[in-house]
Design a protein around this ligand. Structure first.
Ligand SMILES: Nc1ncnc2c1ncn2[C@@H]1O[C@H](COP(=O)(O)OP(=O)(O)OP(=O)(O)O)[C@@H](O)[C@H]1O
Length: 313
């Protein structure tokens, strides 16, 4: 199958007028046309936006009602096994059998993916090492913390060495430190292992941190698909951060008649002209403070959606 628009040889995922209705009543995806290249891609949308439905269609687990879809050049409606051989999937919900060890489970799932016994065992150990569970791999999964269970799900998605990972809400149920660790891991997989990743999340701020590209959907429709850098354009406010002495610096900048405001420890100064940089640097040097950051503040992606219902995604 070839989609109507021209596909670049590196197109990762492409859909054209993709529509999915459940029971003819609920429209989960509506006329969705989107195309992305390899990288770390965030799929964001509020609960019920249609993210999981899209993931299931990409995997060939669910047939679309109408429209076209391609994953890594394959059509999941025609060749679901071909797609699944190249794609790893981390489901959203807790679905791990509690009485198996992580090593047994990931090896078993590797075997199901078609790996020979020894290779499956080796690949399982490797995948568990990548996610930081090597030492704990012979313990029963039932005794694992939520963060460890999420990492087992990630390891099983990696076991057959896929070209693309589809991660459905990988930070679900994790505390802030666990979320940071999971996001760092996902980013490392995308950058160091060269595996493309689609991260599904209803938390825009999270995916914005690690993704190159964002697809935002709302009510099954495409809201926006763009590079994160294109969405987060610079503002005309400078952010100044010093490792210590921020109050001293604030006083000095006010004395210099610069209209300073605060965002936590960071000082914000409107950028009037190039001299603003010099004046701040002079103040920092005069006070002999350790400058940590001086640059133009960028818009957060969330600000782009602030005037829409999708603001809470
Ligand atoms: N099997 C189903 N039968 C009927 N309606 C469904 C089914 N699965 C999903 N839906 C509905 O389709 C819409 C999209 O659901 P979907 O699970 O794809 O959204 P989502 O963005 O993944 O949300 P969440 O983050 O809550 O999982 C919702 O209105 C949901 O209630």
């Amino acid at each position: 199958m070839t989609l109507g628009h021209t596909l670049s040889p590196v197109t990762l995922i492409a859909t054209e007028s993709l529509t999915k209705t459940y029971g003819g009543r609920v429209t989960a995806l509506s006329d969705l046309t989107v195309s992305v290249e390899p990288g770390i891609i965030g799929l964001v949308g509020a609960n019920g936006a249609g993210k999981s439905t899209l993931i299931k269609i990409l995997l060939g687990l669910l047939p679309p009602t109408s429209g076209k879809v391609q994953v890594l050049g394959l059509d999941p409606t025609v060749d679901p096994m071909g797609v699944r051989a190249k794609v790893g999937y981390m489901p959203e919900n807790d679905c791990l059998p509690p009485d198996l060890s992580a090593a047994e489970l990931v090896t078993h799932l590797g075997r199901i993916s078609g790996l020979p016994k020894t290779t499956a065992r080796e690949r399982a150990s490797e995948a568990l090492r990548h996610v930081g569970l090597y030492e704990e791999r012979y313990r029963q999964v039932g005794g694992y913390s939520t963060g460890m269970k999420q990492r087992v799900k990630l390891a099983q998605a990696l076991v057959h060495d896929p070209d693309l990972l589809l991660l459905d809400e990988p930070t679900n149920g994790l505390d802030p430190a666990g979320r940071d660790a999971m996001l760092a891991l996902v980013q490392r997989i995308g950058t160091e292992f060269g595996i493309s990743v689609v991260v599904c999340s209803h938390l825009l701020g999270e995916v914005e941190r690690i993704c190159d590209h964002l697809i935002a959907i709302d009510g099954g429709k495409l809201l926006r698909s763009d590079n994160v850098s294109a969405m987060t354009t610079s503002t005309d406010v400078l952010v100044v951060e010093v490792s210590e002495g921020d109050q001293e610096l604030e006083h000095r900048l006010l004395e210099m008649r610069l209209p300073v405001s605060r965002d936590g420890h960071a000082l914000l100064v409107p950028l009037e002209d190039d001299l603003t940089y010099d004046r701040i640097l002079t103040a920092v040097a005069d006070l002999d403070l350790p400058l940590h950051r001086l640059d133009q503040r960028r818009h957060r992606v969330a600000e782009l959606f602030a005037d829409r219902e999708a603001a809470h995604v």
